[in-house]
Design a binder for this molecule. Structure first.
Ligand SMILES: [Zn+2]
Length: 220
């Protein structure tokens, strides 16, 4: 790998470790990738991130082939990472986790409605839950791409969540934000049916996010 690719591999590994230390993932369940020239770099399958080095990260080409120099097999979920980069040119990094509150909602087939204005940070008035399909399949990837329409995050039925951002730090920040919202929504549901903001108000919030840059536009 080139120096630039080595740096990116280190960043992917650091982000995977950070995902665990900040409490949105456990063990090697989740995975992280970042776009690079000609493809993307992704965490390996079935390895504890604490035991990995940057050399264990795997480069996958834009055509879906694993680099001949790779020492490990890529994450079993490499396919949806690949398809997100192909479908969404603004995606620079992808974070996938089985974080507890997002997964609890997803196991009930629920997305996140407009119960809080910050839901708009992900690009729409709600966050969808992708239909269930077996892990690692094209069917799952297709369901995710569909649920991500107009948004940079979705839940995954009976599975977890996936988020993309402009780079690895941004994707991790958004994943933490989504898990926080899922926890808040879960707590609201303990009090009864959630009270939702109107579509008109969510449109206003999205317009303000677009204008107010740094904290606003989910990809900006
Ligand atoms: Zn998973």
């Amino acid at each position: 790998m080139s120096d630039a690719t080595d740096d990116l591999a280190s960043k992917v590994l650091a982000t995977a470790r950070a995902m665990n230390t900040c409490g949105i993932n456990r063990g090697s369940a989740g995975n992280v990738s970042a776009r690079c020239a000609g493809g993307f770099i992704i965490t390996p399958t079935g390895m504890a991130y604490e035991a990995c080095t940057a050399k264990d990260m795997v480069k996958v080409g834009a055509d879906g082939t694993v680099a001949a120099t790779a020492l490990r097999k890529p994450s079993s979920e490499w396919r949806f990472h690949h398809d997100i980069y192909a479908a969404r040119p603004e995606a620079g990094a992808v974070v996938h986790t089985h974080s507890p509150f997002a997964t609890a909602l997803a196991c009930q087939g629920q997305g996140v409605p407009a119960f809080h204005y910050m839901v708009a940070r992900f690009g729409g008035a709600d966050v969808h839950c992708a239909a269930y399909a077996t892990f690692g399949t094209q069917e799952l990837s297709d369901a995710i791409i569909s649920a991500l329409h107009g948004r940079c995050a979705c839940l995954m039925a009976h599975h977890g969540m996936v988020v993309f951002g402009r780079d690895a730090d941004h994707a991790l920040e958004l994943a933490v934000e989504l898990e926080t919202l899922c926890e808040q929504y879960w707590r609201v549901l303990q009090l009864g049916a959630a009270r939702l903001l109107s579509p008109a108000e969510m449109t206003r919030v999205m317009a303000r996010f677009a204008t107010y840059g740094q904290q606003g536009n989910p990809l900006g």
